[in-house]
Design a protein around this ligand. Sequence first.
Ligand code: HEC
Ligand code: HEC
Length: 284
Amino acid sequence: MNFKATLACAAFVASVAPAAFAGEDAELVLNGEIPIVTTAPAPAHLDGVLGDEIKSGWLFRSDETQATQMDDFDNPGMIFVDQAQASWDTVEGSEGKSCASCHNDPAESMKGVRATYPKWNEEAGEVRTLAMQINDCRENQMGAEPWKYDKGDIVSMEALISVQSRGMPVNVAIDGPAQSTWEQGKEMYYTRYGQFELSCANCHEDNFGNMIRADHLSQGQINGFPVYRLKNTKLNGSHSRFKGCIRDTRAETFNPGSPEFVALELYVASRGNGLSVEAPSVRN
Ligand code: HEC
Ligand code: HEC
């Protein structure tokens, strides 16, 4: 790390590590019946940069925030899942179809889907996020307008689809045709942005477990997305989170849905291969 970056980090990150994580030993079981893996062996492609284990952001939250995610009746994110179920059944567009017309009950047709996204789509010749796939169906299967990336409707739909994979391990493919996109994302992860010259890795790899201002820094995993944030009381997509993090370094940033953030999402998702899908999660 160069001198300037060290200085910037020191200004940001408290040099003294706090006591252990608030909930280091906490276990997450949703509704008393779905066990969630919040600590898993680090994927081989990380070459030990996070140590032996990867950890869900849930472990780094306060006891109260953790508790809010344990039961669907307490989790405010579930309201948006209910809304998405209604839109799943709603006919829209020139073809007179709803999602249900082709995919029936999401509990069956969408089981396991979230765990593999972003993923390569052979026909389109591109890596697709779940949001891109949903919009592809809206435009090309339904004849409907695409939803705005990372805004209410689409994020709620992503949450509905994600719920069908809760407890299943994230398992995105990083080889084959997805490899070059993955490498682009990896390069971004280690690029220093902004006036503070900080990369994602400077915070989420070098300093997870430390306090940054009043916040407990996690590994920046995305297995919990979409995330209900107490701060803005809505569901948030991962690209909005990336945007916020880059903006905090006082850098110009990319837009949600941009090719850059698609690549970054694939790479960040792969750092969490083995953690459970836990969306909609609750964070501050
Ligand atoms: C007219 C039929 C049709 C409608 C309506 C439709 N889809 Fe699809 N959907 C498909 C087909 C066909 C595929 C497979 C396409 C592919 O693999 O490239 C697909 C694939 C998907 C996938 C990816 C599944 C996987 O295993 O990767 C998701 C997610 C999805 N659709 C969501 C939706 C949502 C949400 C809606 C409503 C907004 C919707 N679809 C409406 C036909 C439809
Ligand atoms: C200056 C330090 C800093 C930098 C640089 C930074 N972040 Fe963050 N990030 C935070 C803080 C603080 C939080 C909120 C606490 C937490 O969850 O770690 C956060 C949260 C996140 C989360 C939410 C995790 C969850 O479980 O909800 C993700 C994902 C994330 N960051 C990804 C990134 C990515 C990708 C980059 C690089 C583009 C990045 N961050 C750069 C400080 C940073």
